[in-house]
Design a protein around this ligand. Structure first.
Ligand code: HEC
Length: 194
């Protein structure tokens, strides 16, 4: 027993990952068939779990290359900042309790400050206030932001930001709309602080 305890101390990630997987599998044992892929880790997630989100440099580069290969960035990112604002503020979707056909939101405010007038936001991610303005509203930067939202790990291995396009949570047009929310000069994100 004591030896097992010492082993757990020495290799916490190795010891706990299979246990976490067992608990997750048991928790979702009765989930609909379509959920199976959502509770099974892909190669990237499994490695990030094993490394506690701190991959080696070589592993991080391999993850980012693999994830980048899944991203198709449209040449033109045209969207509506108003629709993007609704998506950024909407945390519903992909829950047991959602009525059938519920369109998922991005829940960006759960982790990011965005428009200066918004009082309630999470701080897990960096502030995105004035994001477009700070990047001179550059179309190349908007395309980069599209890639980031489509698949956060294509830019930062083991990012805790969801891979919205990759996972099919947001559609191509919804991602264009949240990028417009970040990059449109008329968007509240780029409004001066009152
Ligand atoms: C669960 C938390 C979480 C959610 C939800 C989330 N993000 Fe993030 N986001 C992060 C974290 C953490 C980072 C910083 C680490 C990284 O770059 O991956 C980040 C980074 C970013 C960046 C890069 C910022 C930079 O440094 O240039 C952008 C842009 C971004 N998020 C946009 C969004 C948008 C738009 C949404 C909603 C569709 C969203 N995020 C939802 C956690 C989140």
């Amino acid at each position: 027993m004591r030896i097992l305890f010492l082993l757990l101390l020495a290799f916490p990630a190795m010891a706990q990952t299979p246990e976490v997987e067992r608990v997750v599998a048991a928790t979702f044992a009765d989930a609909p068939e379509a959920w199976k892929s959502r509770v099974t880790q892909d190669e990237t997630q499994a490695l990030c779990s094993l490394r506690r989100n701190e991959p080696t440099k070589a592993e991080a580069m391999a993850i980012e290359a693999r994830e980048k290969a899944t991203v198709k960035i449209p040449a033109e990112i045209a969207g509506s900042w108003k629709k993007g604002e609704d998506i950024a503020q909407n945390g519903r979707g992909n829950q047991f309790s959602d009525p059938a056909g519920t369109v998922a939101g991005g829940n960006c405010y759960a982790c990011h400050q965005m428009a200066p007038a918004e009082l309630s936001y999470g701080t897990l991610g960096p502030s995105l206030m004035h994001y477009g303005k700070l990047k001179d509203f550059a179309p190349a930067a908007a395309r980069e932001a599209y890639g980031k939202v489509y698949n956060a790990q294509s830019v930062t291995a083991c990012s805790t930001m969801p891979r919205f396009g990759h996972n099919g949570v947001l559609s191509e047009q919804q991602i264009k709309d949240v990028v417009a929310y970040l990059f449109d000069p008329a968007s509240p994100v780029n409004a001066p602080v009152k």
